[in-house]
Design a protein around this ligand. Structure first.
Ligand SMILES: [Fe+2]
Length: 247
């Protein structure tokens, strides 16, 4: 066949992961939540992520009152193990740790007791909602976060099914002082079509302040690095740079 005579369609561009200066939401710390179970897995995940250009990570294990009561001590201990393993494996990556705080009663207790919370940097605090029910007290929580000096970031607002018929909720969150972090995988439909639509709405209406992998395991890794999905990330996010903070 005269292949060279066939008009080639221009290849759709793949998303360039280096446009995400750092991953601000991932579950790579070994053994302390539903993310990586052990340090060997964490190392394999980090090797693969580095290979596609993600080399700076702020690890954000869950803090959930009735499931994962992680503390700065449990998180920093796991971080130290992973840092050492990266060093031993000659992985040239930048690792730090914060947490992903579920906005539950336990969180309000921590806030009221002025317990030290782990921020991404400065006063940026990663928070999430339960997937099960719409929060009744988001205004109150936002107020408490605000008077305690935190700049809250809402993790994956597009994944909360109860907002899929009410996109005004995203605008309302911003009014309440939340910055919004969209999951890359939401954009490609990994969590379903309605979540993908919501993610695109948030990005296209300039409501997305951050993006993240929210990577827990190898299935997430495979989906993130799937060329079909990388084309969709590029179509939706373009060449915009995210997660730089001030550097
Ligand atoms: Fe997460």
């Amino acid at each position: 066949m005269l292949n060279f005579l066939k008009k080639q369609k221009p290849a759709n561009q793949l998303y360039d992961f280096t446009l995400m200066i750092r991953d601000i939401h991932c579950h790579l710390l070994p053994g302390i939540d539903d993310g990586s179970p052990d340090v060997e897995t964490s190392i394999e995940l980090i090797k693969s992520l580095s290979a596609v250009g993600i080399t700076r990570f702020i690890c954000t294990p869950h803090v959930i009152g009735d499931m994962f009561r992680n503390t700065p001590e449990t998180i920093n201990a796991s971080l130290a193990i992973l840092k050492k393993a990266c060093h031993d494996n000659q992985l040239n990556v930048e690792l730090s740790a914060a947490a992903e705080y579920m906005l539950d009663d336990y969180f309000l207790e921590l806030l009221q007791k002025k317990s030290p919370l782990l921020t991404l940097t400065k006063n940026y605090l990663l928070t999430e909602l339960s997937f099960a029910t719409s929060p009744i007290n988001l205004e109150k929580i936002a107020f408490e976060l605000n008077i305690n000096g935190y700049a809250p970031i809402m993790a994956h607002p597009e994944r909360y099914v109860f907002y899929h018929k009410n996109y005004n909720a995203y605008h309302r969150m911003k009014e309440l002082g939340f910055l919004l972090q969209v999951n890359l995988l939401s954009i490609s439909g990994y969590y379903g079509k309605a979540t993908a639509r919501a993610a695109k709405y948030i990005v296209e209406n300039n409501l997305a302040d951050f993006i993240g992998t929210d990577l827990h395991h190898f299935n997430h890794l495979r989906a993130l690095t799937n060329p079909r999905n990388m084309k969709i990330f590029h179509q939706v996010l373009g060449d915009k740079v995210y997660n730089g903070f001030d550097n």
